[in-house]
Design a protein around this ligand. Sequence first.
Ligand SMILES: Nc1ncnc2c1ncn2[C@@H]1O[C@H](COP(=O)(O)OP(=O)(O)OP(=O)(O)O)[C@@H](O)[C@H]1O
Length: 851
Amino acid sequence: MQSVDPLLLLLQNNPSSPYSFSPTQTPSTYRRRVRHPLHRQIESLLSGFLFYLFLFYQTICFDLPPVNPRLFDDQLAIASFAKVKFGLPLSFTFSSFRTVKGMQNSGSLPKSNSLKTPQQSLRRLNFCSQISTGQQTSPVVFPEKRTKGKVSKRNDVSANNNDSKNSKREEHKIDIGDEQSDLLGYEVISGKLVLDKRKTIKATDSQNSTETSHLDSIDAKLTSRALVWGSHVLALDDVISVSYSYGMRHFIVHSYPIKKRSYSLSCFLKSGRSRKDFCFLASTPDEAFQWVTGFADQHCFVNCSPHPMVSSKKQDSEILATDFSYRHIKSKSPPRMLVILNPRSGRGRSSKVFHNLVEPIFKLAGFKLEVVKTTSAGHARNLAFSVDFSTCPDGIICVGGDGIVNEVLNGLLCRDNQKEAISIPIGIIPAGSDNSLVWTVLGVRDPVSAALAIVKGGLTATDVFAVEWIQTGVIHFGMTVSYFGFVSDVLELSERYQKRFGPLRYFVAGVLKFLCLPKYTYELEYLPASKQKSDLERKILAEKDTVDMSDLYTDIMKRSEGGGIPRASSLSSIDSIMTPGRTPLEPTDTTTEPSDYVRAIDQKSKRLSSGRPNVTSEPEVIQTSSTPNWPRTRSKSRADKGWSGLTDPTRSSWGNLGGNDKEDISSTMSDPGPIWDTEPKWDTEPNANWEMENPIQLPGPGPVVGVGPATEIGVGVVLDLEENWVVKKGKFLGILVCNHSCKTVQSLSSQVVAPKAEHDDNTLDLLLVHGSGRLRLLRFFLLLQMGRHLSLPYVEYIKVKSVKLKPGKSTHNGCGIDGELFRVSGQVVSSLLPDQCRLIGRAPSSSVKGL
Ligand SMILES: Nc1ncnc2c1ncn2[C@@H]1O[C@H](COP(=O)(O)OP(=O)(O)OP(=O)(O)O)[C@@H](O)[C@H]1O
């Protein structure tokens, strides 16, 4: 009697099992089918093994993280995304995968060359999925015949031309579309194209089909995010422009995709982009016209030219028969900009970088540029100060380091027509020693990517900080960081080694300064930013942004009128700032208190604080508009303890360089802080509606005087109960006031100076390195390399609204602002001006913010 396999019984009794058999089946059929499951198990084991092997291969080759194979659909989505985002190859050619009939074989897709315009079919890209299942929404593979022709070493589109030749194996490629992930946006146009790899294309080609008949047409589509042909995806973000001649079947897509790199290498190398031009041939001139129109609709610049035969006056009856003169492709108008190039930047390489790498991109994109090379320090600032905006209505591009950007910013912000000036966006091509601003804010650090970001457009609003010299009223603006102490000394010393060491000079100067490290003492006051308030302000600003940015700019700049700044100073022009002879931009009225611009207070507060005759000399209780709910009591402690109070204009707080510079101020001294240091407000005139328009409430007085970690190292800490100003005095190795997180271009990955800082968070980030001594300094810099410097007990990190600082008597008084060196005499105040500059390009998160 024949024994019965229990597995078989199980299979037989399961009606849905493919191994169940009906009584009508013969024993032989039955036996044949009985053997099947074993084979299948082996097969599935093998295919599983191969499948994991494939995943491993894919992880290595495609730079993708290992993916859970059970989530294979997600894997496809990730791979699609990787292709679009990073230009990774997407030719999955394994057969033990979902088999779906190919686009062409299915018959569901057009085999003709007819185009599908949005009017005909405006649908998502998962048409293959829909074809295969009728309702499929997940990514699907479809078979394509594999070419036997030679595969391009560069892995470019050449493989696609031979797609259908002599191939018998059925293999599968992924349809990059995925309705749910929506990686490629919506479809603009689809149809057949031929990728023409010939270097020269004759004018007659558009009519002569015999010359191109040997080339195979492939399915292609243009979506709102990419051009897709065969298995290749070219993100529109990488497309610079399209060249097209009316009446031709050809059009050329100029692009700068990211070069493929191995995952391990990409950590160390800058993202490399290189130019790739793809020449496509449509079936008819009409179709070519539609494709090009599709690109123009997606905001790609189209460089249109007349038909070559027409332009060369070689009349061709056939060409003339097709009249394209009535047609017009509406492409975006090319921007007009001023380029300010610092030929000394980046060890003199900036000119080369611009002319070899960047200018061709702008030319392709049709930009109209006027290029001016600076001849000396301060030239860029003067250009930005005096340029006629009608010659560069779309912005100013700075080619160089952070220093040149700083000059341009200062030139713009001190113009008479401030409203207009502040609306002029700044583009940055990083070609200097360090370009922290563009790297941190826009996430680009190589010139080509930066040029691409400018071509693609978009604006990123960025906070600006103003540093005011209280004694002279001089203001200097910055967007990155101001620093005092060791780092500013290194900046100063590095100038001596500029020619000899280039960008290495900072390291050399750093080592030398480290070996003969002085002690730095500072008197510091800062106004911590309240989180609650900051959020509220952000909301208000966001609302203002969406309403009308220019109103905000006008508003702020109006209030700053009358305040001027000195020549932006580089290392070689420090003296020009500090010389008593005023530059044309310096303010006429130099007082010992900050200007309204920096102090950001209304006139009423100013009068109250200035100690001028029309102000009550001893106002015991002052109700300020910013603290409406609790009385602002002025303490006498300042006068009592000999504090050089601001009620006397001749005696500024730390501003008097004479005998008022007290090194030994009691570490526990309580002081209410200068009365004019109210919450930043941008009115020059008393504004009754201000509170209603800007319902920002100051927090109430803090419960106790706080003594922070500074006590441990002998620094006096005083919490001002009224304004929440914190006063500190003592030794600091460094004081850094950061406007953004300050990534350094040289740093490998996550090294940032101020990890919590954002370029548009309406706060400054204050980093205090307390104490003195080489060991502390060394530990700080070592941990900075690893991004762990904030964990040090002598490092303090505070989000602030404003910082006042005065170097001690014997302390070196250097101050660096965005790489420019200044001298601090008396007290300086750093304050924040929200969203006062717009950078050309989109910050990685700007899409979220809707900028
Ligand atoms: N033609 C010039 N000659 C000398 N100095 C110049 C010239 N043009 C600009 N400068 C000054 O050079 C300084 C540095 O410029 P920038 O930051 O663009 O280049 P960089 O290579 O990053 O500089 P650094 O090496 O100082 O960081 C600026 O302060 C600017 O004032």
